[in-house]
Design a protein around this ligand. Structure first.
Ligand code: SF4
Ligand code: SF4
Length: 260
């Protein structure tokens, strides 16, 4: 009988006897495959609460493990180790150490939301994936992803001026992720854009790159937003028991190449 979700079983836990006869029945090879039991002792009983305290993770408790999310998942189709149903299970059980074994692939969610549409319980698995990736960063288990760098750059610009200016966001994002601005694909994109863009729009964009556009009378809105963001961050840190700063994980070489 095939083992379902074979990828979830660690290779070291799979045992097969090349030659085995039991009560005169030859069960050599595939027929003698068994899975070694494991003992889990280090539960984090607050893990589900911690994920639920982060944006996107609020409905994780509704999951009934039907597997529709994994079945529909874009990334799972190319990498069977990417398994939202399994991670939700681990989080609900509090199996933090087991979850951390997959910390280097959880960020790979491409936010296509196919899982969200497939989920019969409105868990919003895409949100849970985001919350889990964010949790890994906040706890210092994973370096800040490019996606987080992009979100921060975007948010800071909106709060500062009430407007976004695409060129500034791209420059800021590249600066934060240590990428050079002169990249062939970017130069080509700018060249094609310049060819098609109406002159007036091109001039306005050039002007916006020099003089930062601002929303008039933005001061009060900015202060209210800053206060709100500060409150939310403090609330999340409390929920995760992170009153003291956490040492962030080192970014692996080439981490800047992650898609935002
Ligand atoms: S949003 Fe993420 S988890 Fe959901 S189907 Fe797409 S890649 Fe998979
Ligand atoms: S589809 Fe929804 S209910 Fe089913 S396993 Fe995924 S998150 Fe849980």
């Amino acid at each position: 009988m095939p083992i379902h979700e074979h990828s979830l079983i660690r290779p070291e836990n799979l045992k097969t006897h090349e030659k085995l006869v039991i009560d005169g029945v030859d069960v050599s090879g595939h027929w003698s495959t068994f899975i070694e039991p494991r003992v889990v002792t280090d539960y984090n009983e607050r893990l589900q609460e911690e994920i639920a305290a982060l944006p996107g993770g609020e409905h994780i408790h509704r999951c009934w493990q039907c597997g529709s999310c994994t079945n529909a998942c874009t990334v799972n189709a190319v990498n069977p180790d990417f398994n939202p149903r399994y991670w939700i299970y681990l989080i609900r059980m509090g199996m933090e150490a087991e979850l951390l074994r997959d910390k280097d692939i959880i960020w790979q969610c491409v936010s296509c939301n196919k899982c969200t549409y497939a989920c019969p319980r409105d868990v919003f698995p895409e949100g849970v994936m985001k919350a889990t990736a964010h949790w890994l960063e906040l706890k210092g288990h994973a370096p800040k992803s490019s996606s987080t760098h992009f979100d921060e750059e975007f948010t800071e610009q909106v709060i500062a001026t009430g407007k976004i200016e695409e060129g500034r966001i791209v420059r800021g994002f590249f600066g934060r992720t240590g990428q050079p601005l002169r990249q062939p694909w970017l130069i080509e994109m700018a060249r094609r854009l310049a060819r098609k863009l109406p002159v007036r729009l091109g001039l306005l964009m050039g002007l916006a790159a020099v003089i930062r556009p601002r929303t008039r009378g933005w001061g009060r809105a900015r202060r209210a937003l800053e206060e709100y963001v500060h409150e939310q961050q403090a609330q999340r840190r409390r929920a995760l028991g992170l009153e003291r700063p956490v040492q962030p994980a080192e970014a692996p070489p080439g981490a800047g190449a992650r898609a935002p």
